[in-house]
Design a protein around this ligand. Structure first.
Ligand code: COA
Length: 247
């Protein structure tokens, strides 16, 4: 269904499936993948048929082992790198998707791999998953959102320990610190993610999007403003229901 080089995009029964597809190099994230992901995320965002999306990695060994080190710091100039980043804010786009996103994580989930997972709303890991942020050892800081997204998910101290020491953690510890929602056997990984996506896709998409918006936007607001947001969204959902019942 897709003609991309680094990812596979499929859509079935209102669910989008995005597979990171460079298994010979552990699905590492390169410039091509960034551009293709940008296209696919834009397509998902604008597609009312898509009610949930599942992100996964091809091959046996990894969801994604981070940035492609063969392209490491190869941008022709810092100015160009910055311009490209503004033109293609793939992480901003990821975080702005209105549909619920699920990550099915196996094997190595490092650097940008964990950052992609953190852009998703629900993370399922298989027992062999290993999580880590090797950036500090490479002399860079995580720049695909992890300095902001990881502490929001696991708390400041655990996020800093992972980022400052490059400590790798396994699936069980990831579950203990709420980095993932569930750990399942490798054979159950995709069926579990798919079954959750189907449950979500079964419900009214406007209601589902409103719940995601209330939670995601609300987390960045003071409680009183979050409650106002919830009230506004609840009222919009209620009005839409009332309109539909009169038609
Ligand atoms: N960039 C480019 N290629 C990578 C890569 C990366 N980040 N990580 C792995 N690869 C390639 C390897 O070069 C190898 O290619 P080859 O078969 O052509 O030699 C292939 O993927 C398999 O990796 P390999 O190292 O043989 O697998 P392994 O199971 O022994 O080790 C890791 C797996 C993840 C521990 C190891 O590959 C690693 O430490 N990778 C770097 C992780 C990293 O620092 N990511 C950047 C985060 S910002």
């Amino acid at each position: 269904m897709s003609t991309f080089e680094t990812i596979i995009y499929e859509k079935e029964d209102n669910i989008a499936y995005v597979t990171l597809n460079r298994p010979h190099v552990l699905n590492v994230y390169n410039i091509r993948m960034r551009d293709e992901l940008y296209q696919v995320l834009g397509a998902i965002k604008d597609d009312p048929e898509v009610r949930a999306a599942v992100f996964k990695g091809a091959g046996e060994k990894a969801f994604c082992a981070g940035a492609d080190l063969s392209e490491f710091l190869t941008a022709p100039s810092p100015t160009l790198a910055r311009q490209v980043r503004w033109e293609r804010d793939v992480w901003g786009l990821f975080l702005s998707l209105p549909q619920p996103l699920l990550a099915a994580l196996h094997g190595y989930v490092l650097g940008s791999g964990i950052e992609i997972a953190l852009c998703c709303d629900i993370r399922i890991a298989s027992e062999d998953a290993q999580f880590g942020l090797p950036e500090v050892g490479l002399g860079i800081i995580p720049a695909a959102g992890a300095t902001q997204t990881l502490p929001r998910v696991v708390g400041r101290a655990r996020a800093l320990e992972m980022m400052l020491t490059d400590r790798r953690i396994g699936a069980k510890e990831a579950l203990d610190i709420s980095l993932v929602n569930r750990v399942v056997s490798k054979g159950e990984l995709l069926p579990t993610a798919e079954s959750l996506a189907r449950q979500i896709a079964h419900f009214d998409p406007a209601v589902v999007r409103s719940i995601k918006q209330a939670v995601v936007r609300g987390l960045d607001l003071p409680l009183a403003e979050g409650l106002e947001l919830e009230k506004r969204l609840a009222s919009l959902v209620f009005q839409a229901k009332a309109r539909n019942s009169f038609q």
